[in-house]
Design a protein. Sequence first.
Length: 631
Amino acid sequence: MKKIIAAAGALALTAGLAFGETHETLKAHTLQTGVGDISFGAWGRSTFNVGHQSNSTKITADLTKTGEQAVAVGTEAIKAYETAKKGGSLGDVPSVEPKDDGSNVADYATAIGTYAATKLGAGALSGDATSLATVTALCQKYGTTDSTVALQKYGAEIGQASAATIIAKMLKAQEKDESSSRNYAGLAPDWSYGSRVGFWIVGRTPDEHFGFDFNLDSDARALFVHKLWDANENPEDTNYNEDGKYAVAIGDQAKIWGLFDNSLFQTKIAFGRMRENELRGTIGDFGQRESGDVKSEDDIFQEIWTATGLFASIKGNEDSPLAGFYMNGAVDFAGTLGGESAADTDSEKSVRLYDAVRDSQFGVGYTVPGLFQIKAQYWGDSISESNYRYEKSKYASARAAGFDMNDYYGRMEFGIDWLGFMGGATSFLDPNLNLSETPNANLIEFGIKLPLVSNKDLRDYDPEKFYNWYACMGTMGVIKQGFIMYKGHVWGGQGTSNLSQYSYGLVNMQKNDGADIIMAGADFLAEVCINPFDKQDVFVGLSGNYNITSASGSGNMTSGLSVKDLKLNQHKIAAEVYVKKTFAANNFMFAGIAGDFTIQSMEGLVNDVVNLKYDGKANRFYMPIGVEMFF
């Protein structure tokens, strides 16, 4: 009984740690040398999915009553203008050829209106009684005695009707009502292109004050992210079957470090590529379960990480006045995650000190044993091309819109972990799962992220990266009765959006006219041991999540059109039930039945002419079968 509770809880509470940091659990793979110990191990993971998926999309563009009236007038005006243009009888009126993308709608409509007013005015000046009566009627309609002013207003009205006609035709061309379905098979998780096998090795001196951590992943993603053998190869020339043998990448750790003690605190210095988790959130995603949109540890509180950099920390000694205090910082000098990097171009390449500091990270935390841990940090970031931490594409759209590095400085994060239900734990890393003292253990975490945006227009342009705010709360624990392990998240964020990715390109609002957007969701997981009085190696699990995105607004689109009373809603639901069998410590196999559903709707009034609506559905039912092994 004690064994299964402790094992389940320890597995959950350490799920986010890098392998280089958990080598103590694998002493069987330790070699003793003259200068210290070397530990090593390997792991593998993959899931096979077979299932059925279907999609449906319906886009309608219904004319309003105003639109119908405008189209009736505009259609005749356009026909008359085109006839005169072909016959060479436009006179001084500009000849404008409409573009397929609608970028010159205003110029084209103005030319049509000008032609209509000129033609009517010419008839009046020649003494045409019918035209003269029409001009007189126009003067009465527009409340003026000046025929020139009346004709100008008439031309503008015809131009507006023509523009409405063109807009209606453009939007009508986007109407569709289609659906598709297919049976499929594939490997997961998709972030490693189907399967992942890794190797790790760590070294420690006898006093464990100096060492190194390194792990290598045969992750197929490496092929797409970074290719040292030919950085200038064109994508169309890549042969993935042949080049796949190079798909090996350094994982989370490739660092050398040292510890230095004094009476008050211990200092750690590290160099290289690293993930440091002392303050990181603990409640992660669901591992082998394939429910989408599940939040991770970093959604609660981001870990410290560098692609190639310097890390330093101070940790108070338990018997000193600084007990419970922790502070760290890291500076990232260059990245090898993608795009341009020092390895691709020039080995002497360096990053400006200012850029390095802008991409730095600093954190501080304090733990009251058995009660709580509080923490805060600054996560430096920049949308400049000199930011090598990410692939160039991450902020490419923001740069293309004219924003620069001084419009965004990263974010501040604040978090609190409640340890009161963990048996007097001094941190989330040392839960007391002794059944006689703590039969039920639980951890609650809360974090909030506040972006440091100096140009508010950036929020409107790209809310997926620049939320006004974002918060996430997580909980996980074990229950003695029934041998249950559980965890979950509740999260939310608010900002503004151009809506392009949510409307499949139908609506793309200008950066000063973003729609208000709210995102929220919840996910959960529960596992129950079904043979508690036997080997305690078979579990039944249930996981699921629900996310909602809601947006509303009015404003101008990048196409030059305007939209009013726009409403958008997107619902995502996923669930899975599975059976898992563990073997040889933390190794396991599982099989399940899963499904996910997306329902989306959008509507808005475009230029008072067209009610544009979008409805979309996507469903997927599948059976995942997977394995994860540690050696």
